[in-house]
Write a protein that binds this ligand. Structure first.
Ligand code: ATP
Ligand code: MG
Length: 586
């Protein structure tokens, strides 16, 4: 039987954690005091890109490696803070010459490579509102986002432009210029575009970074579309403080760390924690241009001596599916902290980390809207597998219920309710683009309602139960899909599981599970009975699924989240809704 919590004695930790996780430390934290750690511009203004790059480029760490870019074909490029500062300055100059200034919209549609980084950082330096887009999007989701975001300048590769954007151009009247570079080996000039590298070569190295306030818009990020049509969440330069503080306390970044965030900057994790936070803390970030591949990932962790790794449950489940033998061919003595975000992390995955990587995985919770990590299992605290951890310093969370009169009721320990956060915090979003009324509906007084259901235990740990849309009401009980899925995941045959509620005359809703199997297991009636039996023993007859189907793979968003609403729509024969972020056409 595995213990309910994994304790880490401080002596067992090689590096002293930045956050001691004591009541005293928590009480001593204030955003105001933390703000003194930001570099700021000479006139007292703020700019995310200055905090991320120039603060180091102008100081003793200028030659430290900021990015280590791993090409798909095995190539490797190191970029220092000084080089990244110069390149982003040049790009900011290019944007200025094209007539872009504060508040103008720049979209960056790039493979993971240097252009993506200089694009985002240069755009921020020039005060533009920047949207990094996922390069694997098809033309339709691209058009929706470029149109809604009123993109004026697009940075992309020749190949992506030709394949995905050229045909849309006439339908995007706001789009003035497209800057292209060679990507995926394609070098032929493209009509109607400007050559990025020629413009960069002509641009000066120096640029006076645009001085912004805490409230100046910075990044526009689209949500994952798990519950419906993706929303455009607008962020501000004041988020710098959030990125800095969470990079330091939740990810425990120290200046000599080699850090790898596996998320693509087309999703908020890949920007907040793949670009900004690690640079602010002065570490070396690994940027892998390749797609998921278990052998490549283990080799990268080992060869690059990654010390802090931030990844996602889907990736961990895929590594688990690939089997422990592959991992055992590698050693990770430098790895000292592993964290995960994006979906609930099944306890089985936490233990897998302990068994295979040598250390447990630390789950943390946040959303596109929050801009940064809110609730986390930090390095210093014992992990309770299956819990997302405790609110970070400076973050006040609560479990609430919205009463019929619209007021909030605060719920006590172990009660199920909606996870709410007290506003303001520095990284919070400022609107949903074009949907201000929807934004306003997220708040009741001082509290932001997350749309996620959770519980808090007597030790102050938060436990994710499900999205409010996904929770199943069966025979008078509220059942969170996560606990049912986690129980199924404990069975050796199960690689992935998703659970939905189906209308049922007697029960209200009936729990149904969908399961993808690990290699070496085949669907059969006997295995179905075994899995249903296993779930009944683990969960009891009320909560356990009554039905179970096998699927070759579960439908996921491109950011790696299981699309339960799509599984449900297909099961009930209803319209599929927005599938623009669907990754796998299963
Ligand atoms: P949309 O809002 O368009 O439906 P989305 O909510 O999936 O998409 P994101 O902002 O990328 O878009 O994801 C945030 C959500 O992901 C959270 O609200 C939560 O439901 C889920 N999530 C993130 N981290 C965790 C975690 N550690 N445990 C459980 N759920 C998590
Ligand atoms: Mg959401």
């Amino acid at each position: 039987m595995r213990p309910a919590a994994i304790d880490k004695h401080p002596e067992a930790m090689r590096v002293k954690p930045n956050w001691p996780d004591s009541a005293e430390a928590a009480a001593g934290f204030s955003w105001q005091a933390a703000a003194h750690e930001l570099a700021r511009l000479p006139d007292g203004g703020l700019n995310l890109a200055h905090e991320a790059v120039d603060r180091h480029a102008l100081g003793a760490r200028c030659d430290h490696t900021a990015l280590c870019i791993l090409a798909r074909d095995g190539g490797r490029q190191e970029v220092s803070y000084a080089q990244l500062s110069r390149l982003s300055n040049r790009f900011a100059n290019v944007l200025q010459r094209l007539g872009l200034s504060v508040g103008d919209r720049l979209f960056v549609l790039c493979e993971r490579g240097i252009e993506l980084y200089l694009g985002v950082l240069g755009g921020l330096k020039n005060g533009c509102i920047v949207t990094p887009l996922f390069a694997a999007f098809g033309p339709e989701p691209l058009e929706t986002r470029l149109r809604l975001g009123e993109c004026r300048v697009l940075l992309t590769s020749r190949s992506l432009y030709r394949r995905k954007v050229a045909a849309l151009r006439e339908r995007l009247p706001a789009l003035e210029q497209v800057l292209v570079y060679d990507g995926e080996g394609e070098t032929t000039p493209v009509d109607g575009t400007l050559d990025l590298h020629r413009l960069l070569d002509e641009a000066p190295d120096d640029f006076e970074v645009v001085s912004c306030s805490e409230d100046t818009p910075s990044l526009l990020h689209f949500t994952s579309g798990t519950t419906g049509t993706p929303k455009g969440a607008l962020h501000v330069h004041g988020a710098a403080l959030m990125h800095y503080v969470t990079g330091k306390y939740a990810l425990d970044l120290h200046p000599d760390d080699i850090y790898w965030c596996t998320a693509d900057p087309g999703w908020v994790t890949g920007t907040s924690y793949g670009i900004l936070a690690p640079l602010m803390l002065g570490v070396t970030s690994i940027v892998d241009a390749g797609d998921f591949d278990a052998a490549r990932w283990y080799a990268t962790l080992e060869r690059e001596r990654v010390s802090v790794w931030y990844t996602a449950p889907t990736a961990i489940r895929m590594l688990m599916r690939a089997g422990p033998e592959l991992a055992r061919r590698h050693a990770f003595p430098q790895l000292r902290f592993v964290a995960s975000v994006g979906e609930p992390l099944n306890p089985e995955a936490v233990w897998w980390g302990q068994d295979v990587l040598g250390l447990p995985i630390h789950d943390n919770w946040w959303q596109t809207e929050t801009g940064g990590i809110m609730i986390a299992n930090t390095l210093a605290m014992p992990i309770k597998p299956g819990s997302m951890g405790k609110p970070l310093p400076g973050i006040e969370a609560a479990i609430v219920r919205v009463k019929d009169d619209g007021a909030l009721e605060w719920l006590g320990d172990d009660q199920l309710g909606e996870l709410a956060l007290r506003q303001p915090w520095p990284g919070m979003f400022r609107t949903y683009l074009g949907q201000e009324a929807r934004y306003q509906r997220c708040f009741v007084g001082d509290w932001y309602l997350s749309g996620d259901l959770a519980r808090r235990d007597a030790d102050g740990y938060y436990w994710f139960v499900g999205r409010s849309d996904d929770v199943i009401k069966s025979a008078g009980h509220l059942i969170g899909p996560f606990e049912v899925e986690s129980a199924l995941m404990e069975h050796p045959a199960v690689a992935e599981a998703a659970v939905i509620g189906k209308p049922d005359e007697l029960l209200g809703e009936r729990v149904k599970a969908f399961v993808a199997l690990k290699a070496g297991f085949n669907p059969s009636d006997a295995l179905r009975d075994e899995l249903l039996g296993h779930a009944r023993v683990r969960l009891g007859a009320v909560v356990a699924p009554k039905e179970l189907d096998f699927l070759p793979a579960l439908p996921r968003t491109r950011s790696g989240k299981i699309l339960r609403r799509l599984i449900k729509a297909r099961e009930l024969g209803l319209p599929e809704g927005d599938t623009s972020t669907l990754e796998n056409p299963v």
